[in-house]
Design a protein around this ligand. Structure first.
Ligand SMILES: [Cu+2]
Length: 83
């Protein structure tokens, strides 16, 4: 699993967050737990495979927002041995 964080410029409200989440789901079909926050100016999602940063940046640019950077890190599911 990979956890990807995108820094996005131009989100102003909940509609923008929904737009960005839609773009991410369309660009990365296996994206899970897609969330976007205009307050933080970022979006995050999980995926099985490492996503294409160029594709994400281009897809977001095509909707009128600016993706400043994309960062993917390996993600280990928590909770298996916790508690
Ligand atoms: Cu908006």
């Amino acid at each position: 699993m990979y956890k990807t964080t995108l820094k996005i410029d131009g989100m102003m409200c909940g509609m923008c967050e929904a737009h960005i989440a839609d773009v991410i789901r369309k660009t990365i079909p296996d994206a899970k737990k897609v969330s976007a926050s205009h307050a933080k100016g970022q979006a995050t999602f999980l995926s099985e495979n490492e996503p294409s940063k160029d594709e994400l940046i281009q897809a977001i640019a095509a909707t009128g927002y600016t993706c400043l950077y994309v960062d993917s890190e390996t993600y280990i599911k928590k909770g298996l041995f916790g508690r």
